[in-house]
Design a protein around this ligand. Structure first.
Ligand SMILES: Nc1ncnc2c1ncn2[C@@H]1O[C@H](COP(=O)(O)OP(=O)(O)OP(=O)(O)O)[C@@H](O)[C@H]1O
Ligand SMILES: O=C(O)[C@@H](O)C(=O)CO
Length: 419
């Protein structure tokens, strides 16, 4: 095994796994840290956790235990994958987890590279942009769990990590890998533990990837996957079978949307005009034990439709704010997640085999409810969203990060399902 990836949520895991496969690395995704040590045959293993917004100590504990498992598998380099919008708070979890991974590896330096230019995430002078807007002026300012109120990555990291954060700015990045590596050394000499790397396009990511060849730990979004995979080209095995193994097969299909991102709101609105849809009522999720029966019956009665039925909690920011004011942000999001957990188990028992899910946390809940241990990675529906197929049951999933995909995503995803 060459590369071990620790991802802080499920969609983030499939995101990077999809890019690793597309760049020639045979990749298996495992949900949670496996209990057993059985050797996995792949170039890269991505362990997906649900550690983005859990208490800091739990995130550290999960991440370090994933790292140790990957070390035992013989991985030679490690990647901590977090969101391309740096989803975190002043408490964590990106900073404390990075610190814990560095300490466990006995390393003193890593980079912070959330950029994913193909999906509009770029970094300039250490400031993170989403489709040309500063992070704190993008839809991320309204995120239900980790609202992002600052775009300065140095400041965000300083608030939550132990060490000092430096910057490798655009003019150095543009000069290529050797200059970037020289800047890493200079920052280390200045006592920096982390370096934010400016990135405007894939050329920059390729240079950054090359400059990271000797780093034991790399942290970032999925954009850097291509650059990292490139470093291993000479050691890679044949890829064609891995992609094939992840192809989704025909079967009852449902869409579950728990993301309130700007793009998911658009995708849900477009799909509402095309297919059967059911809007979840948060109060009923909180207080009616039999609400799940009502929604389950509705889904089952629409499974024969040309396009799959959609159940969604997705709400526009002002509606979300009103819900959170009435019931509390944590209580309402937990109620929605718990509802999806129960619904998914019922639908699985009914024989639903294909789940298209919007939202990282929501995808985590769905995958855990389905009790899937691992995935083969299939074709990419949109950059960062591959179909994945369970390694141990006849189940396929499309796990969409909140802001990924275009407006037709839910119909496009269904177009990939065939014999
Ligand atoms: N109507 C709602 N009221 C309250 N909470 C909601 C509502 N709809 C969704 N949520 C909660 O908001 C959270 C959305 O997080 P999730 O990670 O699923 O989406 P996302 O943040 O857009 O996706 P990503 O993390 O991939 O960017 C979930 O905990 C979900 O249960
Ligand atoms: O990096 C991203 O934007 C996604 O993979 C993600 O982590 C959102 O949950």
């Amino acid at each position: 095994m060459l590369l071990g990836v620790i991802a802080d949520d499920f969609t983030g895991a499939t995101d990077i796994a999809g890019f690793l496969v597309a760049n020639g690395m045979k990749t298996i995704q495992l949900n949670g840290v496996p209990q057993e040590q059985a050797a996995v045959k792949a170039d890269a293993v991505v362990i997906s956790l649900k550690s983005r917004s859990c208490p800091v100590n739990e995130a550290i504990e999960q991440s370090v235990s994933a790292l140790k498992w990957l070390q035992d598998q013989g991985c030679r380099q490690f990647y901590f994958k977090y969101c391309s919008t740096f989803d975190s708070t002043a408490e964590g979890n990106i900073g404390p987890v990075t610190d814990a991974l560095l300490d466990t590896l006995g390393e003193s330096f890593t980079i912070l590279c959330p950029s994913l230019p193909v999906n509009g995430r770029t970094v300039y002078q250490g400031h993170l942009f989403v489709q040309g807007s500063l992070l704190n002026e993008s839809g991320m300012r309204n995120h239900p769990v980790t609202p992002m109120k600052d775009a300065n990555l140095m400041r965000l990291m300083d608030a939550q990590a132990n060490g000092k954060t430096g910057l490798v700015a655009y003019h150095d990045i543009a000069q290529g890998a050797a200059q970037i590596a020289a800047r890493f050394e200079a920052l280390k000499q200045q006592g920096c533990r982390y370096a934010v790397v400016d990135t405007l396009d894939n050329t920059h990511l390729a240079s950054i990837g090359e400059a990271c060849r000797t780093l034991k730990l790399i942290t970032g979004g999925s954009g850097l996957a291509a650059g990292i995979a490139h470093n291993w080209t000479e050691s890679l095995s044949d890829q064609s079978q891995a992609m094939q193994a992840g192809q989704p097969a025909p079967g009852p299909t449902v869409i579950l949307s728990g993301s309130c991102s700007v793009m998911t709101n658009r995708q849900v609105a477009v799909y509402q005009s095309q297919a059967p849809h059911f809007a979840l009522d948060v109060q009923s999720c909180l207080s009616e034990p039999h609400y799940v029966d009502t929604v389950y019956d509705w889904v089952v009665s629409h499974l024969g439709s040309t396009l799959a039925p959609m159940v969604y909690a997705t709400a526009e920011p002002e509606i979300l704010r009103a819900i959170q004011a009435a019931y509390g942000a944590q209580a309402s999001s937990q109620a929605v997640e718990h509802f999806f957990h129960r619904l998914v188990q019922r639908l699985q028992q009914h024989g639903v085999t294909n789940f298209i899910v919007a939202g990282g946390e929501t995808s985590g809940v769905v995958t855990q409810s389905l009790n899937v241990k691992g995935f083969y990675i299939g074709p990419q529906i949109a950059p960062g969203v591959p179909w994945v197929k369970a390694t141990d049951q006849p189940l396929s999933l499309a796990l969409k990060s909140g802001n990924f995909g275009d407006e037709q995503f839910f119909t496009t995803a269904q177009g990939f399902i065939h014999d």
